[in-house]
Design a protein around this ligand. Sequence first.
Ligand code: G3H
Ligand code: 13P
Ligand code: ZN
Length: 309
Amino acid sequence: MPLVTTTEMFKKAYEGGYAIGAFNVNNMEIVQGITEAAKEEKAPLILQVSAGARKYANHTYLMKLVEAAIEETNLPIALHLDHGDSFELCKSCIDGGFTSVMIDGSHLPFEENIKLTKQVVDYAHDHGVVVEGELGRLAGIEDDVNVSAEDATYTDPDEVEEFVQRTGVDSLAIAIGTSHGAFKFKGEAKLRFDILEEIGKRLPEFPIVLHGASSVPQEYVEMINKYGGQMPGAKGVPEDMLRKAASMAVCKINIDSDLRLAMTSSVRKFIAENPEAFDPRQYLGPAREAIKEIVRHKIVNVLGCNNTI
Ligand code: G3H
Ligand code: 13P
Ligand code: ZN
């Protein structure tokens, strides 16, 4: 099976009241862990690559890893550019075989965001590729862009119809209180479901995307802290909130930090308990297994997309 776009997956997810997991990939063990879990749980997948991942692993290596995963699993997989920040980057990913790109113009004034997003949509659609746009700004760190909590703004429901209509985007990322990274909330976790509901009314049957949706399982944080790490106060989005979002208009839920935590806690534990180990396979094997188990948990208990293919 070739790479697919997200069109069919989002249609089914919207109708079925579940969401597709969009997991960030950076190396072979991550691709294998994610795809093995999805194969066993019969779930479609979005594998996403950030500019940083592309810089780290190289476009061709990531492309070939994902092609190998499709050959091994026969899963419907969309390969997506996460947080594209320019037309050139999106074009390079489209020309290089991605089936979906995000153009993140959320930091730009409304008219400029529309202009840039439309430029990407025109090129992408001419090449059979789908596009995710973003309105509203999440707090947190993406590559080199650090948005402070004060600069974050919720998506304005009054803007979404015009944005979607004028740009032609296929899905829309919104800001309702989630943020990137492992430190999402200082106090109580709170998401603006009223905004999500209003956006759902303004854009009927249109797929909404939730970024910054890791739940930061405390067992990982405790393990990291126990074995020499320092992540006191790490906190994520409660899983019941993610399930609620998935039952509403949210069709794509982005998860990266939880994979990092799974991998890092596993590696730290293994090395602390096996000081003589120096073969990377000894600690990368369990790390791959940890990725597989967290992805399985997300698919079955959070996203609800198991047994949908
Ligand atoms: O939202 C951003 C993702 O977590 C990717 O992070 O830019 O460090 O690869 P990265
Ligand atoms: P997390 O940092 O919550 O995993 O969010 C990832 C993300 O939004 C990637 O675009
Ligand atoms: Zn994101």
